[in-house]
Design a binder for this molecule. Sequence first.
Ligand code: HEM
Length: 264
Amino acid sequence: MTNEMTYGSYLKIPELLELQHCLSVDEATGEPEHDETLFIVIHQVYELWFKQVLHELDYIVELMNDDRVGAARHHLRRVLTIVKTMVGQIDILETMTPAEFASFRSFLANASGFQSAQFRELEFMLGVKDRVQIDWFAGAEAERLEARHAAPTLWDAFVRLLSRSGSDIPNSILDRDVSQPIIENAAVQQAIIGQYSDERFAGLCEMMTDLDEGIQEWRYRHVMMVRRTIGTKPGTGGSDGASYLATTLFKPAFPDLWAIRTAF
Ligand code: HEM
């Protein structure tokens, strides 16, 4: 039979398996260094998860805008499960010793996680809006980042949902310049606390907190993995390496959801 759909043709498996190009050369064998394949595969897997998470978060914003709270929670649960998987996958990279990484690191030249456009899109989507990060990108990636930077965040969709369901959210928050980072606001915190007795609403807040904590967990696991793999060496992107990454820890995306904790 011709033109029959198969597993490989639908999922583009042959094309997918062609995308891992090692650059290193082991001088003894003339073959690529053994561990470079893992490094490429794991980054590609992360980029696919980033793609799926962005796809889900865009949908969650639409659902929140349509007041479909149950459906928004359902898709947030999916995102949280993916984020847990993303955090767990660091274990795989931690099976790579410093010497194994050093065997091919020089071939990466200046390529760096700083240049992951989707990671920055994810940060922008969550309200971590540092414009300077766009400078790393050009062409279609820069355009996508500009659009994300100018767009309302998941947090904006959330507080607008809150406002429509009767909470007293100040206009300065509802009409805020969405290209700016999210900052703590006492009136928003009071509104959230006021609605916490509504189980459906509290469940949504807890899931948003889980998402924030999950991304922070990823950052922590990434910096520890970097510490054990390259010690205090600088990054390929030109930063101080692990000490730079440590400055990104314990910075919540949704600070109000953390500030309210002491009020109960
Ligand atoms: C051996 C493995 C890895 C090492 C040694 C490593 C090292 C580093 C270092 C040193 C930085 C700081 C920027 C620089 O100067 O280059 C960085 C940033 C980053 N890395 Fe990794 N990384 C590794 C694996 C990964 C993986 C698997 C991902 C998944 C996508 C990833 C994503 C990122 C991202 C998104 C940043 C930017 C973080 C920020 O600015 O907050 N890295 N990495």
